[in-house]
Design a protein around this ligand. Structure first.
Ligand SMILES: NC(=O)C1=CN([C@@H]2O[C@H](COP(=O)(O)OP(=O)(O)OC[C@H]3O[C@@H](n4cnc5c(N)ncnc54)[C@H](OP(=O)(O)O)[C@@H]3O)[C@@H](O)[C@H]2O)C=CC1
Ligand SMILES: O=C(CO)COP(=O)(O)O
Length: 336
């Protein structure tokens, strides 16, 4: 197949490499940086995925129109805060019946829209039955290093999810299908907020009991939010829920967790984000989750503390004290 990948960050490049290794011809759109030369001539994304040789059938461009022209599949992998703007540039030029696979994780700040809502808002109606969402525990570097990885591909169009499953899967990358788009999306977005909390707990050296508690209660919050907007709670126990939550809350490669670690060590958000060239989606998603949980009346205490630490000057020490002194309650309250 001829495949266009919109987004030459670490995940876009790792997915493009995977698809090229699966035998497809892949063209990657890079936003601004002079990366196409490094990729086309040096076969390396020196900025976002250094150290990995990219195959000859993976090429890059700064021309977004070229990335979608004559393609049999389009993969969208830009950060969530620029998704609307980027896809709007090509929305009316995507040919009917072209599968569009989104691998972005996040919730829009201004509207609290999920990625699926944004894409349906921006793309013409004829594109909607061709949308698929890829999510799950998958650090770009490990996928690029061909470490065994399992993800979920979700679509309301089950046959299409099965097609996409076959296009991405190989001996070391295994995709499972799902029709629970909302559950998969909430898992991928909210786990980044909980990972900041888990990172903070690590940065404050609060121990492994705290980390396990944070992950488990975080899963409960994710599930409650997802169920309130129609998801199957079991999806949140799957790859795009618990799988990605555990990876991001425990893995040293996580950008979101590393933001939390530095917060827990006493650094300011400005200092932390100023020193990063990559996106930590949870920083923005915490704002969206704060608004969404208030709008829907869903209690999400860990996410709320992350929001207050990031944007309202709450110290991580006070956040822990406040979480631990909440009213005592049954474990499953609010889920069923
Ligand atoms: N990295 C990972 O392991 C995984 C990431 N994801 C998700 O994939 C999505 C993309 O993240 P990732 O690939 O990691 O990104 P990176 O953090 O590696 O890179 C950021 C990317 O965003 C681009 N960018 C920045 N500003 C703009 C803009 N205004 N318009 C268009 N592009 C812009 C950058 O291009 P430039 O430098 O040219 O501006 C660069 O390509 C996120 O939602 C992330 O959560 C999901 C699974 C795994
Ligand atoms: O989503 C990811 C792994 O599945 C990447 O997590 P970070 O953005 O925290 O690095």
């Amino acid at each position: 197949m001829n495949i266009g990948v919109i987004g030459g960050g670490s995940w876009g490049t790792a997915l493009a490499k995977l698809l090229a290794e699966n035998g497809h011809d892949v063209l990657v759109w890079c936003h601004e940086k002079p990366l196409p030369a490094a990729i086309n001539e040096g076969h390396e994304n020196t900025e976002y995925l250094p150290g990995f040789t990219l195959p000859d059938n993976l090429r890059a461009t700064n021309d977004i129109q070229e990335t979608i022209a004559d393609k049999e599949m389009i993969v969208s992998v830009v950060p969530s805060h620029v998704l609307r703007k980027v896809i709007s540039q090509v929305a009316d030029d995507i040919p009917p019946a072209t599968p569009i696979v989104s691998a972005t994780k996040g919730i829009e700040n201004e509207t609290q829209m999920l990625v699926s809502d944004i894409l349906e808002d921006v793309l013409p109606e004829y594109c909607h039955p061709y949308l698929v969402y890829l999510s799950g525990p998958s650090f770009a570097k490990e996928v690029a290093a061909q470490k065994p990885t399992a993800v979920t591909v979700a679509s309301y169009n089950h046959k299409l999810a099965e097609r996409v499953q076959r296009v991405f899967s190989n001996d070391v990358f295994r995709a499972y299908t799902s029709t629970d788009v909302v559950g998969v999306e909430i898992g991928g977005a909210v786990k980044n907020v909980i990972a900041i909390a888990a990172g903070a707990v690590a940065g404050m050296e609060l121990g492994l009991n705290s980390r396990a508690g944070m992950i488990t209660r975080g899963l409960h919050e994710m599930s409650r939010l997802a169920v309130s907007i129609g998801a199957n709670p079991l999806t949140l126990s799957g790859l795009a829920g618990m799988g990605d939550l555990v990876l991001t809350c425990t893995g040293g490669l996580s950008r979101n967790r590393s933001v939390g670690v530095k917060l827990g060590q006493g650094h300011s958000l400005e200092e932390i984000v100023g020193g990063m060239n990559m996106v930590a989606e949870g920083v923005k998603t915490s704002k969206s989750v704060h608004s969404l949980s208030q709008k829907l009346g869903v209690e999400m205490p860990i996410c709320e503390k992350v929001y207050q630490v990031l944007y309202e000057g709450l110290s991580t020490e006070d956040a822990v004290t406040e979480l631990m002194s909440r009213e005592l309650k049954p474990e499953l309250q609010g889920l069923y």
